[in-house]
Design a protein around this ligand. Structure first.
Ligand code: HEM
Length: 458
């Protein structure tokens, strides 16, 4: 029996792997969990045996934040869940095909404009990254941007953030592991309940606004989802409004803090190794010859891609993914895993496995480049920041395009420097909850486009 330290659970679980190996069991209150710590065992469970491990643990607090398990990320693997995931996947694909590139480009240009406004003063960019990522997802979901249209989206955003933070706190997770605690007053839990009510009011209003429009825009995700509900066969109407409501919450939560946290990490790592920033900048200048990149340019920008991979490796922003549940008796790495065991894919641990990644704790984007630069190196197979199998991150393609375009635009036009007033570089340890975030830090970003031109379209 050991105490589970909660200040940085991914690091703690990774350290335990050094003592207990790539797969071990933990008991937390009434729950037994199996922690997977290498990409090999994670792939075995999530990809090879996906149908054994596609479930989610059903928890008291999970039910409260997910409308009784009616969302994708926390919903269990049922026929309804599969229909919901299929519907959201196809709506997302459809809308992304039509407009994702344009939507991200627009937000990337807007981000540049905001940075220009700082005129090289020391600032914390985390809020700007959040606005950029949030605007991508709200434009896709509702056709509206949060900083322009209203305080309503700002309120929704604050509220979703609060729910994720509260739900990740030990005050709340203790209620799942120790049911007796539910009988005691718990102010943190009371706040969570209040925020869930607030969230649902705002989402209902936004969906009703959409439904009341005369000219409905089918190219936004919510429109496409509602259309999908209407198109269900009358005989087997599996999905209802609550599934659209909760899927919208999934996309807004999944689509905001993750990409924004990654951008924060990228800037911090570059402050630690400015010569990497130089190499990316030189590559952008040489390959793009002054223009802004398109996503299709990624194959010609290996240095930038190696930076993206290395930051995803060192700081997978969902470090423990989302817990899975064995839906039948199975095995992993030869060990028997009984039905209902909770499985924790420790992506952070897999990305720091010394057997796979030499010098695993060092920031070395060049590990993804072949000797002498050029095309991509060999180890991306072991990179699993988005999970895999039936529960693969639903927003993987949105996220990949965002990380690429946002970082390329940013590094093409701005130099990122440690402010002179700062005595130390950003602390790279991070704060782990559901999302792994960096502690706030400041940066100066003088405008330095390759040909000294202002970005077009600003
Ligand atoms: C699930 C990573 C961005 C939506 C997940 C999971 C991971 C992850 C590890 C859990 C997989 C599992 O349970 O095994 C990331 C990373 C991102 C990112 C690293 C960005 C850097 C996004 C975006 C969206 C999104 C932009 C929405 C547009 C979701 C949803 C799920 C999910 C809905 C639940 C999938 C399910 O349970 O079936 N993500 N994500 N994510 N993500 Fe992402």
């Amino acid at each position: 029996m050991m105490e589970l330290k909660n200040d940085h659970l991914p690091i703690h679980l990774t350290n335990l792997a050094q003592r207990y190996g790539s797969i071990y069991r933990l008991k937390c209150g009434t729950t037994t969990m199996v922690v997977l710590n290498t990409s090999e065992v994670i792939r075995e469970a999530l990809v090879k045996k996906w149908s054994d491990f596609a479930g989610r643990p059903i928890s008291y607090t999970g039910n409260i934040v997910s409308g009784g398990g009616c969302n994708i990320s926390l919903g269990d693997y049922t026929e309804k869940w599969r229909a919901q995931r299929r519907l959201v996947h196809s709506s997302l694909q459809r809308c992304c095909k039509k407009s994702l590139h344009d939507v991200i480009e627009r937000q990337a240009l807007h981000l540049l404009k905001v940075l220009m406004g700082y005129k090289g003063h020391a600032v914390d960019l985390s809020e700007d990254f959040t606005v950029a990522a949030s605007n991508v997802i709200t434009t896709l979901a509702f056709g509206i941007e949060y900083d322009k249209s209203s305080s309503e989206l700002q309120e929704l955003h604050r509220c979703l953030n609060e729910i994720v933070a509260l739900w990740g706190s030990s005050w709340i997770s203790a209620l799942d592991s120790f049911p007796l605690l539910r009988k005691l007053p718990n102010p943190v839990f009371a706040r969570l309940l209040k925020e869930v009510v607030r969230r649902d009011k705002i989402i209902t209003r936004l969906l009703n606004n959409y439904k009341s429009q005369d000219e409905k825009n089918q190219d936004v995700i919510t429109g496409s989802l509602l259309q999908g509900l209407d198109n269900q066969n009358t005989g087997d109407k599996l999905l209802t409004d609550i599934h659209v409501h909760m899927a919208t919450v999934d996309l807004l939560i999944g689509g905001t803090e993750t990409s924004a946290a990654w951008l924060d990490w990228m800037v911090a790592f570059l402050l630690h190794r400015p010569e990497v920033q130089e190499r990316v900048y030189e590559e952008l200048c040489t390959v793009l010859e002054g223009r802004y990149p398109k996503y299709s340019d990624r194959h010609r920008l290996p240095v930038l891609c190696s930076l993206i991979s290395e930051v995803l490796r060192l700081r997978p922003v969902a470090p423990l993914a989302v817990p899975h549940r064995a839906i039948r008796d199975s095995s992993i790495a030869g060990y028997f895993i009984p039905k209902n065991t909770v499985i924790i894919p420790n992506l952070f641990g897999a990305h720091h496995d010394p057997e796979v990644w030499p010098d695993p704790y060092s920031f070395k984007p060049e590990r993804f480049l072949k000797e002498g630069g050029g095309s991509r190196g060999s180890s991306t197979r072991d990179l699993i920041p988005f999970g895999g199998g039936a529960r693969l991150c639903l927003g993987e393609s949105v996220a990949k395009m965002e990380l690429f375009l946002f970082s390329a635009y940013l590094l093409r036009d701005f130099q990122l420097l440690l402010p002179e007033s700062e005595t130390s570089l950003p602390d790279l340890r991070g704060v782990a909850s559901v999302v792994l975030k960096i502690k706030s830090y400041k940066v100066v970003a003088p405008h330095a486009p390759p040909d000294s031109m202002s970005p077009s379209g600003l």
